[in-house]
Unconditional design. Structure first.
Length: 340
């Protein structure tokens, strides 16, 4: 079968590899139909693995497909069922896994496509517990956004930030895959959405999604605008994933007792902050990584009701590298996918 493999830094090749094995007990074989691209793919492409890995490595951390074969003992799934795949090889046995807190697994085997062979191949064989059946009417391209983009946002906004209907939220990088998803999920709750973008084209598109206040951070200090627009009160929630470039400004945007949830640090890994401000304003700061399997199910259910991902571009498998280059260029509005 064909697979897209990383042989070295920025060296991606479409190669022939051994077929995915027949599913064993508790496993399923999935025919992959679409792969979502994320910054974790960019990091892997650049060689920023943060852990040992063996090359060549099949890439792809987020995907959807259809069940091609079932192993012994698998229930609740049939051949032909559309499914989204979970992006980490969790153990399924530790306390966190048993309690449904999959992204806190105590013995995780790695992230697919980053530490271990991923999903950018014609077939994959995985534990059945790591796939989630998609509702009728959800396309493969939409379902391929559930494992990381939608699932991450679902976990951030509702498990961690506890976003409530009618609250106010600042969403950074409103043109990104998770930014567009956060805008749509927040507006579904009739929240007041502030968002930052890097140019007016993205600003207009974010406004079309429903963002109430769009701030071009290249032209205005976003923290000043948020404070002005809220009459210096601030917002209830900040959806942060940029890092040092926006961190302290994000804190200034919060009202007293406000919640900041962060899942990324694309502008760097270290920053400083005012601890007196932290405790005097009684901020609540939560780190959020990946999602729970249940968040994928919740995301797919939202897609079935019409809260769908914003798709920027769909590339064929052989143009995976072009998709990564477009993601790196930051000209993206929404998700980039690869179709098989």
């Amino acid at each position: 079968m064909r697979a897209l493999q990383l042989f070295g830094d920025r060296d991606l090749r479409l190669t022939d590899v051994a077929d995915a094995p027949a599913p064993g007990p508790g496993e399923v074989r999935v025919r992959v139909r679409a792969v979502g691209l994320n910054f974790i793919d960019v990091w892997g492409f650049r060689g920023m693995a943060f852990a040992k890995r063996r090359l060549p490595l099949t890439v792809g951390a987020e995907a959807a497909g259809e069940i091609a074969a079932l192993g012994e003992g698998v229930t609740g799934l049939r051949e032909g069922d559309p499914v989204a795949l979970y992006g980490a090889k969790t153990c399924g046995h530790c306390r966190a896994c048993r309690e449904g807190r999959d992204n806190l697994c105590e013995d995780v085997g790695g992230v697919y496509g980053f530490h271990i062979d991923g999903f950018a191949s014609e077939f994959v064989t995985v534990p059945a517990r790591l796939v989630v059946k998609a509702p009728a009417g959800v396309s493969f391209t939409d379902a391929a956004c559930a494992g990381i983009a939608f699932g991450t946002v679902q976990h951030m906004l509702f498990d961690n930030a506890r976003l409530e209907p009618g609250e106010s939220i600042l969403v950074h990088a409103g043109g990104s895959g998770i930014g567009t998803s956060a805008i749509k999920m927040a507006k579904a709750l009739q929240c007041t959405v502030f968002t930052t973008v890097g140019d007016d084209r993205k600003g207009a598109m974010a406004a079309e999604l429903g963002a109430d206040h769009v701030i071009n951070y290249r032209e205005e200090r976003f923290e000043g605008e948020v404070r002005r627009l809220t009459k210096r009160k601030g917002v209830d929630v900040v959806f942060e994933h940029v890092g040092p470039d926006t961190w302290n400004g994000s804190l200034l945007c919060l009202k007293r007792g406000g919640r900041l949830v962060t899942c990324g640090s694309t502008s760097g890994v270290s920053t400083t902050m005012n601890l007196m401000q932290l405790f005097q304003q009684q901020y609540r700061i939560t780190g959020s990584f990946g999602c729970r399997i249940e968040n994928i199910r919740q995301s797919l259910d939202k897609m079935a009701t019409g809260i769908t991902p914003v798709i920027d571009t769909v590339y064929p498998l052989g143009d995976f590298a072009a998709g990564l280059e477009r993601l790196e260029s930051r000209q993206v509005f929404g998700k980039i996918l690869v179709s098989l």
